[in-house]
Write a protein that binds this ligand. Structure first.
Ligand code: 6PG
Length: 243
C-alpha cells in the first residue's frame, strides 16, 4: 500500500466511500445552526453514487433539503442539458430529490468563458456577503472534490491556468488538460479551501498512479488541496491498496 495522503480513510469499495461521504453530510447538517448549508459539488463520475444515495430511501429523509444549497466546484463550458455538463450529471443523479429550483447554483454556460467565470464569482460573493474570504467564516459548509488520472482536481489541471491563482475565486480554463477536451470553469484553491469540511473521493484502480505520484511528493494540483476546516481523503482499496 502506498503512503496515503494525510487525513485519509480507507474503505473496501466505492459504495462504502459514497456512504461515508453521505454520512458526513448528514452529520454536518445535524450539527449546523445555519439557515443555509452550502455544499460545493464535484463533477465527473465518482460522485454519481453519492448523489443518488442522498436522493435515495436511506438518506433522503435525513437531510434538511430546504436549507441545503448546491454549488459546483467546476464545470465544462457546455449547455446544462449536455451530457458532458456536471449540472446534467448532478441533476440526473439527484433525480427526484426535493431540491428547490433556486437552491441550484450552477456555473453559467452562456456568454463567453470569461463572462461566465466572472458571473459565478459574483454569485459566490453575493451568497457569501463579502469580497474577501475569512477563514473563520468559510464560504462552503462542505466541498466535495475528486482526483483526475493526471492529478487534477476540479478543473485545476497540471500546467493550466488557475493553479497559482490566490485572489480570484473562479477561473476560466480555455483548454482542459484531460478528456473531455472542452473549455472549463473552475473554482480556485482559495475558494475550495474556504470550507468547513472538505472531502476528496477517490475510487478505482485508475487513481493508483496519481495517488502514488502525490505520495512521492510530485507537485500535482490535487496535492495542493487544502481546507480552513477539516480535510479528509476517502479512498477505496482499489485506488489505494497495492497489496
Ligand atoms: C470534472 C470533475 C473532475 C473530476 C475528476 C475525477 O469536471 O471532471 O470535476 O475534477 O472530479 O476528473 O473524475 P472521475 O470521478 O470521473 O474519475
Amino acid at each position: 500500500m502506498i503512503p496515503l495522503p494525510n487525513n485519509s480513510e480507507l474503505f473496501p469499495d466505492g459504495e462504502s466511500v459514497a456512504r461515508a461521504a453521505a454520512d458526513r453530510l448528514v452529520a454536518l447538517c445535524a450539527e449546523s445552526k445555519q439557515e443555509r448549508i452550502a455544499v460545493c459539488l464535484s463533477g465527473g463520475s465518482t460522485p454519481k453514487r453519492l448523489y443518488a444515495l442522498l436522493a435515495g430511501p436511506d438518506y433522503v429523509g435525513s437531510l434538511p433539503w430546504d436549507r441545503l444549497h448546491w454549488f459546483f466546484g467546476d464545470d465544462r463550458f457546455v449547455p446544462w442539458t449536455d451530457p458532458l455538463s456536471n449540472v446534467h450529471m448532478a441533476r440526473t443523479a439527484f433525480g427526484d430529490a426535493p431540491i428547490p429550483e433556486d437552491h441550484w447554483h450552477c456555473i453559467p454556460a452562456d456568454g463567453t468563458l470569461e463572462e461566465a467565470a466572472t458571473a459565478y464569482a459574483a454569485t459566490l460573493r453575493d451568497v457569501y456577503g463579502a469580497d474577501r474570504l475569512d477563514p473563520a467564516r468559510p464560504l462552503f459548509d462542505l466541498v466535495l472534490l475528486g482526483l483526475g488520472e493526471d492529478g487534477h482536481t476540479a478543473s485545476l489541471f497540471p500546467g493550466k491556468p488557475g493553479l497559482d491563482e490566490r485572489e480570484a475565486w473562479v477561473a476560466p480554463v480555455p483548454e482542459s488538460g484531460l478528456d473531455p477536451f472542452v473549455p472549463r470553469i473552475t473554482l480556485t484553491f482559495p475558494a475550495l479551501a474556504s470550507s468547513r469540511r472538505l472531502l476528496v473521493l477517490v475510487t478505482g484502480a485508475g487513481k493508483r498512479e496519481p495517488l502514488t505520484r502525490i505520495a512521492n511528493g510530485e507537485d500535482l494540483p490535487a496535492r495542493r488541496i487544502s481546507s480552513v476546516g477539516d480535510l479528509t481523503w476517502l479512498l477505496d482499496r482499489a485506488a489505494a491498496d497495492f497489496g
